[in-house]
Design a protein around this ligand. Structure first.
Ligand code: SAH
Length: 245
């Protein structure tokens, strides 16, 4: 199958590129003035296109968050018509739901937004997201990953209103990209999943940004290993699972 992997940060992508032996594409099939970078490669049965959000030309830092993730996924889906889109990266975890630093999660059930609040009929549901993930719990079991509900927002910190929405859906994973990637994948009729490794515990005693930086290198190594195993394991038969009810 054809798989488009979308990642936000170069630090997250580099170990993946190395471990999967991906090749940098000098001229991606999109306008040269957008920062999104492309790497390509193959496993025995799958063709992999990895789109990395790239660096913001103004600030020079990685384009994290839903805005760039939306654009990257759109470019990848238009260019490659993938069967499966994977949002891969680091995330915050929840000790109260069994999360630990370094836990590897595969997306379970649906992926939500926790920071889009529009209390108007119809718009409330649109704003919450709730996009379906391909049912892959048995692959998660086989690979020794945890299955987790993901909630996405554009801030690294946690406001009380965000926390309430995260608790409502019982999220195991807090990130800044997955829901945006899932929405575009759905528009293109592609299946969606995410592989996320915990860098920091949202409900732990340490400040998120400090814990994130301390654990980033360990988490990105684990992510590369997990994503490589996942991309080698997944096959056409796994695409047939039905969406969550
Ligand atoms: N200061 C960091 C910024 C990283 S922001 C830097 O070195 O550039 C966090 C990134 O990791 C986002 O892409 C997000 O998806 C993920 N992430 C890790 N922990 C998170 C958390 N607790 N909440 C939200 N996103 C988190």
């Amino acid at each position: 199958m054809r798989i488009c992997v979308v990642m936000a940060m170069h630090a997250e992508a580099e170990p993946v590129v190395e471990m999967l032996g991906l090749r940098a594409v000098d001229r991606p099939p999109w306008a040269s003035h957008v920062p999104m970078r492309l790497y390509e490669g193959k496993t025995r049965t799958n063709t992999i296109d990895l789109v990395v959000n790239g660096l913001d030309p103004d600030t020079g830092i990685d384009c994290i968050g839903t805005q760039a993730a939306t654009a990257s996924t759109m470019l990848g889906c238009e260019a490659f018509a993938p069967d499966l889109v994977v949002s891969a990266g680091t995330c915050g975890g929840f000790a109260c739901r069994g999360g630990e630093i370094g836990t590897v999660y595969l997306a379970h059930d649906r992926v939500w937004y926790h920071d889009r609040r529009v209390p108007l009929p119809g718009f409330d549901r649109f704003s919450r997201g709730g996009y379906p993930c391909l049912p892959l719990d048995s692959i998660a079991d086989d690979l020794g990953f945890s299955s987790g509900v993901i909630s996405t927002g554009d801030s690294l910190d946690l406001s009380p209103a965000d926390a309430r929405r995260i608790d409502e859906v019982g999220a195991h994973v807090k990130d800044m990209e997955a829901a945006a990637v899932a929405w575009i994948a759905g528009l293109f009729g592609a299946k969606f999943t995410a592989v996320k490794v915990v860098t920091d515990l949202v409900d732990g005693p340490h400040p998120t940004e400090q814990e994130f930086l301390e654990n980033l290198s360990m988490a990105t190594d684990r992510l590369a290993e997990a994503l490589t195993r996942f991309l080698r394991e997944i096959s056409d038969a796994d695409l047939k699972g039905s969406a969550p009810a």
